[in-house]
Design a protein around this ligand. Structure first.
Ligand SMILES: [Zn+2]
Length: 82
């Protein structure tokens, strides 16, 4: 059963900031929910989202609603417990 657990595990990743391209760390949740992250260098807020393989980072401007944590909450009416 330990093998099944590998895919769902929160992790900390290093990624280039989508704004200033400097390296910063992001914390990904164990699921595919997008989360906000803050650049260590420029301090800007951006979005990090786990993908089937790896992850992606998006600026607030380019993120579609489905990748924006706040926007998702509104669209789903706040009843999404998953
Ligand atoms: Zn930055």
């Amino acid at each position: 059963m330990a093998i099944l657990d590998r895919a769902k595990q929160a992790s900390v990743e290093i990624t280039p900031c989508p704004y200033c391209s400097d390296r910063t760390s992001i914390e990904l949740p164990e699921d595919y929910r997008p989360v906000y992250a803050y650049c260590d260098c420029c301090g800007k807020k951006f979005i990090a989202e786990r993908l089937a393989e790896g992850f992606q980072v998006l600026t607030m401007e380019e993120a579609p609603c489905c990748s924006d944590p706040d926007c998702r909450d509104i669209e789903m009416g706040g009843y999404d417990e998953e």
